[in-house]
Design a protein around this ligand. Structure first.
Ligand code: ME8
Length: 516
């Protein structure tokens, strides 16, 4: 166990609409990672929030006929509510319209401008811009159809000619390549790393970082009429959240550089090329790692308003409960790859793993203890090979889960734990404690002890994934909150024989597939 602090962030979402399940997915996965690190005993700071400037926000507000601040306030509130209903353990929620963020963005801008290499300079941008992506594109990246031009995302691009400020990104090509080389874990998964390296190797253009044709942004210091390109301020949120520009603050000193930025695969260039270059230019240490997760589709199709298949995460949580929704995404989607959502898959997965596998085992062993052992943790005697086998397997599963979580492979971690639970179910069925009741009560007690201690050891790591239900389960085992760490899960026979247990109650209800 290490006490090293851990700083983890999600991307900050555009509040130009209500949150969808892609947003929920990123929040859930990042929360699982944050909770796991806390279970390791590390001090964690977990930041999420909303990215409220830019043309996309301004245009959406115009379309809806409301002031852009009203649009931002309304939807930022929904993102905050989503964090609550998903039971996120975030330490802060940042909105880029807050004064603290304006201060931080202007401060980093000034640092970049003061860089002796002249990292910020004035010129005129002539090129393509995609409002939906809030990104510039080279002609070579676009496709053309009926005289219109489209970005790789499918969003239409517009031609822009505008005087403004530029960031000398071209000067960072070698420094970035050196950074990737020296830090093989900087970008995950590996395929993404290769893509970024070949993009940077192919040559970097200087980046236009201010706009003059609209004013919904953070003013460029000492440059009336210029607002910052939204990505300059957006990326800065990660240090605003720690108190930047006060680099002497406790939070900043403890948590910067970030251990991990969790983002979607569409915004990897911003996080692995622009952001480290801005940080280097401003004389700040670069983050340790960026993990790009995949995209979610719904029943095999891309989510879109026109297809009418956008899934409302609030509705999902109301229907199935936060832990079921969390578990589904954490187990079903291989982290780093694309994933697919359907109600049916969620119901099947949750019923198989949580209701049948974990819930039934806990319920059956605990109700036998309640009836046959005076509701107290049974005595444990000499262990048989079967007992030892299960105990060893649980130990291996915990190690495998830790190894997977060290790489953010959340689906592998949940898989390892559920695999051990299946073995525990087989063990329970094979030992037939109900038959031992008459023939060998001491052995029955032993089997029940080994079973509930296994439930304890596996419920502790499950706190990262299904925090509310795993906590209820540990309450039923009488485990005090301070004994719920991964180090405790590693200890065998951690239940105190004779300790009184509360009356058992079901923890994971079986789900019904909702009517369409
Ligand atoms: O990109 N499946 O905001 P955003 C999975 N403001 N993830 C998805 C997704 C989907 N279908 N759709 C979006 C932005 N995401 C910027 C980020 S960070 C300094 C600024 C992910 O609201 C997306 O990849 O478009 C991103 O990580 C996050 O949701 C917010 O997306």
């Amino acid at each position: 166990m290490t006490a090293k602090p851990f700083y983890v962030t999600t991307a900050i979402s555009y509040p130009n609409g209500a949150p969808h399940i892609g947003h929920a997915y990123e929040m859930i996965a990042t929360d699982a990672i944050a909770r796991w690190k806390r279970l390791e005993g590390r001090e964690v700071y977990f930041l999420t929030g909303t990215d409220e400037h830019g043309i996309k926000m301004a245009q959406t507000a115009t379309k809806e006929g409301i002031p852009v601040r009203e649009l931002a306030d309304r939807n930022a509130g929904e993102f905050q509510r989503l964090a609550q209903v998903l039971n996120l353990s975030n330490d802060d929620f940042i909105r880029t319209t807050e004064p603290r963020h304006h201060r931080a963005s202007q401060a980093i801008w000034k640092k970049m401008a003061e860089n002796p290499d002249g990292d910020i300079f004035q010129s005129t941008y002539k090129g393509w811009y995609s409002v939906r992506d809030e990104a510039y594109f080279d002609a070579g990246e676009l496709t053309e159809k009926d005289g219109k031009h489209y970005a790789p995302s499918g969003a239409e691009v517009e031609w822009v000619e505008e005087p403004g400020y530029f960031f000398r990104l071209s000067a960072y090509q070698q420094k970035l390549l050196d950074l990737y080389e020296a830090n093989p874990d900087f970008i995950a998964p590996k395929e993404r790393r290769n893509e970024v390296i070949s993009f940077v190797r192919s040559g970097l253009q200087d980046l236009s970082i201010s706009r003059t044709t609209f004013d919904w942004g953070i003013p460029v210091p000492d440059a009336p009429g210029h607002v910052m390109y939204v990505w300059v301020d957006a990326l800065t949120n990660y240090i605003t959240g720690l108190g930047y520009p006060d680099t002497a603050s406790e939070l900043f000193r403890k948590f910067w550089p970030a251990d991990l930025h969790v983002i979607g695969k569409d915004i990897i260039r911003f996080h692995t090329v622009y952001w480290p270059a801005f940080l280097m230019s401003a004389g700040l240490p670069v983050q340790h790692r960026v993990f790009a997760h995949g995209f979610l589709t719904v029943e095999g199709q891309k989510m879109s308003k026109s297809l009418g298949n956008v899934i409302d995460p609030f509705h999902l949580v109301e229907t199935f409960g936060a832990d079921a929704v969390r578990y589904f995404f954490l187990r079903e989607v291989s982290f780093g790859n694309d994933g697919d959502y359907s109600h049916e898959k969620l119901v099947n997965r949750v019923n198989a793993d949580l209701a049948n596998n974990l819930g039934n085992l806990a319920q059956r062993s605990l109700s036998m203890i309640n009836k046959n052992c005076e509701g107290r943790v049974p005595e444990i005697g000499a262990l048989t090979d079967a007992d030892e086998g299960l105990i060893a397997e649980v130990g291996q599963a915990l190690e495998a889960a830790q190894k997977a979580m060290d790489q953010q492979l959340v689906h592998e971690a949940t898989g390892a734990l559920i695999g051990a639970l299946s073995s525990a179910n087989n063990y329970f069925a094979g030992q037939e404690p109900w038959a031992l009741k008459k023939t060998d009560p001491a052995r029955m007690a032993n089997v029940l002890y080994v079973t509930v201690d296994t439930v304890r050891r596996l419920a502790i790591p499950m706190l990262a994934f299904v925090p509310a239900s795993a906590a209820r389960l540990l309450d039923q085992l009488g485990i005090p909150v301070e004994r719920r760490t991964l180090a405790d899960a590693g200890k065998v026979n951690g239940l105190a024989s004779g300790a009184e247990l509360p009356a058992p109650q079901g923890v994971f209800a079986r789900l019904e597939k909702p009517a369409e």
